[in-house]
Structure formats: C-alpha cells, structure tokens
Design a protein around this ligand. Structure first.
Ligand SMILES: Cc1cc2nc3c(=O)[nH]c(=O)nc-3n(C[C@H](O)[C@H](O)[C@H](O)COP(=O)(O)OP(=O)(O)OC[C@H]3O[C@@H](n4cnc5c(N)ncnc54)[C@H](O)[C@@H]3O)c2cc1C
Length: 410
C-alpha cells in the first residue's frame, strides 16, 4: 500500500486534485495518471477505502437485471461500462476477479407474481434486441445445469446471459496501486475536506475533480428544491449487505431472488465468499444493520440453499448510496472555479462508473488544455443531459445542460 503522506509543508502543484478515493475517485485517478496528468488524490479515510460505498458493494454489473428498476440511461451507460471494465481490468498489472457468466433469477412459488412484473419492466426499459439476446427461460433441469447447487430446488428460473460482476475490493486495491506506480500522489486521513481546504494541505491544482460521493452533499444544492420536488440535490439511501464465508454452497454466478419487498441477491466472490444484499431504505441513518434486515437477508440466503445455515458471518455492512433526485448520475462543471463534480452513482456505481468517469476525465483534460467549452467535448456530449455547466459562486446558480444552450456561461 502507498505510504500515508498527509504532512506536507511546501506547496506542491498538480494538474488535478481529486477529492475522495472511493470508486469514482480511484477510477478517475487511474485514467488521468495514465493520460500523463500530475494528479493528487485526497481522501478523508485510509487507503483501504473502508469508508466508501464502493467498499461494501456487491459490484454486480447487471444492466438487464437493473433495467427492471432503472431507466434506459443506466442500461446504456452500463453496457458501455462493462466493455470498459473488460478492457481496463485486463490492463491492470495485478489480477482482479471479473466474471461475465450471467445472472440467475429464481423465485419461490409464493412470489411467482413477481416474475411478470420483473420481465415486464425489463422489456419496457431495455432495448428489445438486448432482451432478445440475453433473456433465457429455464426449467428446473436448466437451473440445475447452470447451478448444480440449486438442482431440484427451483422448478423455473431466468438466465440473464452475459451479465457480470467483479471483486470490488480487489479492483479498488489494483487501481490505486497501479496509479501510484505511475506517479499518483496520495493524501490519506485528510479529514472532511472540500476544494477550499487544498491550500492548507499544501496542494495547488489546475482543476479540482470532486468524487466525494455523499460527502459532497453541500455542493449539490437542488435548484428546484421547494418547488416541484422537495428532495435534496444529493441524498443517501441506506443499503445493508452481509458478507459470509460459505464453502459448502458453491454458486458460480450472482443469483437474484425475486421478492415482493426488495430484490435480494447473492453474489459469489472468490474464496467461497458471498455478498448477500441488499436493503434499500429511504434513510440517512448510518447506524449498524437492524436485526430485521439481518434476519431477512440471511433467511433469504438460507431459503435459496440450506448450506448457508452453516456459513460464517464475516461482516454486516451499512452504507449510503449517493443519490440525485432523478436517480441518475450527473457531472457538474464550473469552468470559472475550475471544479468538476461527479456524483449520483446511486445503486449502479460499479455498473456505470467507467463510462461516467471517462466523460468526467475528458472534461477535465479539455479544461487543462484550455478549452473554453470543456463541458461540451464529444465524450461529454455522448451522454446528453449528464453534464451540466454551472457557476456555483454567485447569487444564483446558472446552469446549462451540455448540448442545449451550453454557451450560457462563456
Ligand atoms: C449496499 C450497497 C450495495 C451496492 N451494490 C452495488 C452493485 O452490486 N453494483 C453496482 O453497480 N453498484 C452497487 N452499489 C453502488 C456503488 O457502491 C456506489 O454507487 C458507488 O460506490 C458510489 O461511488 P462514489 O465514488 O461516488 O462514492 P464512494 O464510493 O462512497 O466514495 C466516496 C469517497 O469519498 C470520500 N469522502 C467523502 N467525503 C469526503 C470529504 N469531505 N473529504 C475527503 N474524502 C471524502 C469517502 O471516504 C469515500 O472514500 C452498492 C452500494 C451499496 C451501499
């Protein structure tokens, strides 16, 4: 691990200072360093990332499964991002578990009404050719063929072919190590900082890239708050997951159990580890997992396979997903203040972060190159509406969606 380096006396200059070393921060640091930028990464916690949503996530890369509860934009960002993950993980010097063996969806007989809701929502949102290529109905024998551990347990299932997952902690470790090897400067245990705190840390930067997730809440005011929506510009949605060691289970791919209250998944990770999740509660509460959630998640796993009864509970994790009012990701660009903010990755961060951060890094690079309309570079315009040009300091926030009136601030 890179050494802690937070006691600087002399001022050091960088092209980019990235705030927050969670998912968006590490991915962006890795991309920008590889593009030749001098980058400082500043994080309130330590290098293990344990204070991030990224650390507790199941890191499933499931655009089709998520289309049952998300918008088309997430499916498109997800499809692009899974291609990027495949390439980028292959370029990391240390191996990271990455799998594209699909998602298995099963249900108990009492919950069978959920199936038509699930497939109906999927068909309404995902591109028809994607559904056609990837959705496969299975009978009981088919379920047993692809997951022998579940043979005889479910008379029907759905296979969402080609969906993926990765080892989130391994990926965070590998991205950081690779970026440090290529010259990334890290400041750990910096406390809760914002862009104004950089001089006190001895850092001067051409552009600040804010990847603090929910920690950036104060910067994401909602222009329409108090109007048609009372939701804050950025809020946390509580999610709870259990990590268990279950050497007797032997699942090969993520399994989703359709359930009327929340979608439950069980994602197998290397070394017989399983992530069982996830609750989604409209709450900012950071306190430990409730008994109810633990019972429901563990009962669901036990109902999927009784050998989970002998699993060992390693972690009961709680984190809050950084969420925008529309549940979509956003990038805000203040050309004058030279700040770019990436946020709103919500429950899809691992699925969509490559495409989102690639767009943000393209904007940062254009700003470094002196482009006066950096928010409108082609990589940004690829995702209309995701990039917003703003002027944060002043009486009112001016905003112009990239591609529509984007000359407003220039
Ligand atoms: C229970 C759960 C399960 C999930 N499962 C999946 C999944 O299966 N698939 C998927 O695609 N996504 C999943 N996600 C979503 C994904 O984890 C998030 O969308 C993603 O981590 C958000 O990335 P981020 O970089 O914006 O924030 P984070 O990953 O939270 O990183 C933010 C970083 O900024 C740091 N920070 C915050 N404030 C400050 C400050 N003031 N100063 C300095 N540093 C600061 C934090 O310590 C942290 O390291 C899940 C999330 C949860 C909670």
């Amino acid at each position: 691990m890179p050494p802690a380096n937070n006691l600087m006396t002399a001022v050091q200059s960088f092209d980019v200072a990235i705030l927050g070393a969670g998912l968006a921060g590490r991915l962006s640091a890795w991309q920008l360093v590889r593009a030749g930028a001098r980058v400082a990464l500043i994080e309130r916690g330590g290098p293990d990332g344990s204070g991030s949503a990224a650390h507790v996530a199941a890191a499933m890369l499931a655009p089709l499964a998520e289309s049952a509860i998300a918008e088309r934009r997430i499916v498109d960002l997800g499809m692009t991002s899974v291609d990027l993950w495949r390439t980028w993980i292959g370029e990391l010097p240390e191996p990271v578990f990455f799998q594209e063996d699909g998602t298995l969806v099963v249900w108990h007989a009492r919950d069978r009404s959920e199936v038509s809701l699930f497939t109906g929502r999927m068909r309404a949102v995902a591109p028809p050719d994607l559904v056609q290529q990837r959705l496969r109905a299975l009978d009981g024998e088919g379920v047993g063929q692809i997951e022998p551990a579940l043979a005889g347990r479910f008379p029907q299932g759905l296979l969402l072919q080609g969906e993926g997952q990765l080892d989130n902690r391994g990926a965070m470790h590998a991205l950081l190590n690779c970026a440090v090897t290529e010259g990334l400067h890290c400041v750990w245990e910096a406390g809760d900082i914002d862009a104004d705190a950089l001089p006190a840390l001895g850092i001067r930067a051409g552009v600040v890239l804010d990847c603090r997730g929910l920690g950036a809440r104060a910067a994401w005011t909602n222009a329409s708050a108090g109007g048609e929506t009372a939701l804050p510009g950025l809020r946390g949605l509580r999610g709870e997951v259990v990590r268990v060691h279950a050497p007797d289970v032997k699942l090969h791919r993520p399994v989703r159990l359709l359930h009327p209250r929340y979608p439950i998944y069980i994602a197998p990770k290397p070394n017989d580890l399983y992530v069982i999740g996830a609750t989604e509660l409209e709450s900012e509460d950071e306190s430990p997992m409730s008994v109810r959630s633990a019972l429901e998640l563990l009962s669901a796993a036990h109902s999927l396979h009784p050998a989970f009864g002998e699993a060992r509970v390693l972690e009961l994790n709680v984190q809050r997903r950084p969420t925008r009012p529309d549940h979509l990701p956003a990038i805000r660009v203040d050309q004058q203040a030279r700040v770019v903010r990436v946020n709103g990755l919500y429950r899809h961060g691992w699925l969509i972060a490559p495409a989102v951060t690639e767009a943000a890094c393209a904007v940062v690079r254009a700003m470094l190159g002196g482009d006066p309309a950096a928010h409108a570079v082609p990589a940004a315009l690829r995702w209309p509406g995701m990039i917003e040009a703003v002027q944060e300091r002043g009486t009112a926030m001016l905003s112009a969606r990239a591609g529509a009136g984007s000359g407003l601030l220039h």
